[in-house]
Design a protein around this ligand. Structure first.
Ligand SMILES: [Mn+2]
Length: 408
């Protein structure tokens, strides 16, 4: 009678910075600063409480290859707790925390087994005497352009369970140039494993349901492109099949809310609309981006102030002691072109497509591209659209000022 139980976690990113908290109060910064560690500690607590057979960490435990002493200590403390509960950890490093001499495997307690840069298979014998094989590898550089899938052995049915761990991107799932150990779903299925624990994509994605092939996503969102509740999977055997339950770990959650503007809206009415949309009854602290739709309908004075920090600062002050922090107000300008009579619309649309695209933005970033967390933010459609909207509004504002000037 088998009863296997393990945790699949990935992309914990201990030591990661946060984006979008420039104006946050010390309390909010503090809360976010601790949230990454708290997510890791929650995962450890879950492992002990569930008395799992082992924990899989599939890459990017650390945010960088040379984390600070404190960051390494946090990991070791957590692993010690698992050691005292006799829970093994199978750890592979990803593109953020690739193998290097600064973190020798020997600094971790005895229950931690680290995958090296060749695909290898580790065997775990559980308390109930089940034989589990786990295949995986660690990155040895910040990218892994080669597909590594051929190195994974096919399940030879010589174990009770066979599990694959892989930090990488499925063809077409991530960026066009899959620089991270690319694979296809068929390749994974062809290995006949009982479960594939994937890492690298910071979003929960299920690629297949039997056998389960899935990304657990990261354990704590770090910017607005990592929205929603984050966590890890508790995986258990049900008959012979492995099934999973999502376990939340994020104490802070990035969210976006949408507000529709009316022509007679004022600061106060907008504030009320926003306030009524902030949810009041969940367990987490929310980091909120407010999207104002049809903002071109608003009075020009209101728009001008919205574009500066005045309105945002006022809102932040008034909502300071609530369970959320509004970090950004963005003006949606879908209808804005009607307000730009002096600018040839075709001309603008062509220029817009030419200028605002991901490759231009990334090349503008230059050497800043070495910072993965910045690339994560700028390499997204959301950010590109944001820049377009901001530019359109700036144009509207300029043309409005010009009109006033001519009138006088
Ligand atoms: Mn990652």
């Amino acid at each position: 009678m088998f009863n296997l139980k393990f945790i699949h976690a990935a992309d914990i990113h201990l030591g990661s910075p946060f984006l979008g908290l420039r104006n946050a109060t010390e309390d909010v910064k503090d809360l976010m600063h601790h949230s990454i560690n708290q997510a890791f500690e929650k995962m450890i607590t879950d492992a002990v409480a569930e008395n799992v057979d082992f924990v899989l960490i599939v890459g990017d435990l650390f945010d960088e290859p040379n984390p600070s002493f404190n960051v390494i200590e946090t990991a070791i403390d957590g692993f010690e707790k698992l050691n005292r509960a006799n829970i093994p950890v199978l750890l592979s490093f990803g593109n953020h925390d690739y193998l290097n001499e600064e973190i020798p495997s020997s600094i971790f307690p005895d229950n931690v087994q680290v995958f090296d840069d060749k695909v290898s298979v580790k065997t775990i014998r559980t308390v109930q005497n089940e034989n589990v094989k786990v295949a995986g590898f660690s990155y040895k550089a910040r990218s892994e352009p080669q597909s590594r899938i051929d190195e994974y052995p096919v399940n030879g049915n010589d174990a009770d369970y066979y599990i694959g761990t892989l930090h990488g991107s499925m063809d077409g799932l991530n960026s066009p140039e899959a620089r991270y150990a690319p694979f296809t779903k068929d390749q994974l299925i062809s290995k006949h494993y009982d479960y594939w624990a994937l890492g690298h994509i910071h979003k929960r994605v299920q690629l297949n349901d039997n056998p389960l092939i899935q990304y657990s996503g990261n354990t704590q969102g770090r910017h607005i492109n990592e929205q929603g509740v984050k966590g890890h999977y508790l995986v258990e055997s049900n008959q012979k099949q492995l099934v999973s339950t999502f376990k939340p770990t994020s104490s802070a959650v990035w969210r976006e809310i949408e507000i529709n503007c009316d022509p007679d809206d004022t600061f106060d009415s907008l504030k009320e609309k926003i306030q009524s949309k902030l949810s009041k009854n969940h367990q987490t602290f929310d980091l909120v981006k407010v999207r104002l739709n049809q903002s071109n309908l608003l009075d020009q004075d209101v728009v001008n102030t919205l574009m500066g920090d005045v309105f945002l600062n006022r809102l932040q002050r008034e909502l300071e002691h609530q369970e959320s922090w509004i970090f950004k107000i963005s003006l949606n300008t879908d209808e804005a072109m009607q307000e730009l009579p002096k600018l040839d619309e075709d001309f603008w649309n062509t220029a817009k497509a030419d200028i605002f695209n991901k490759s231009n933005i990334l090349s503008l970033m230059g050497r800043l591209q070495e910072y993965d967390f910045l690339v994560d933010n700028f390499d997204s459609e959301d950010t590109v659209n944001e820049l377009k909207s901001q530019s359109e509004l700036q144009l509207i504002k300029n043309s409005a000022f010009k009109d006033e000037h001519h009138a006088n």
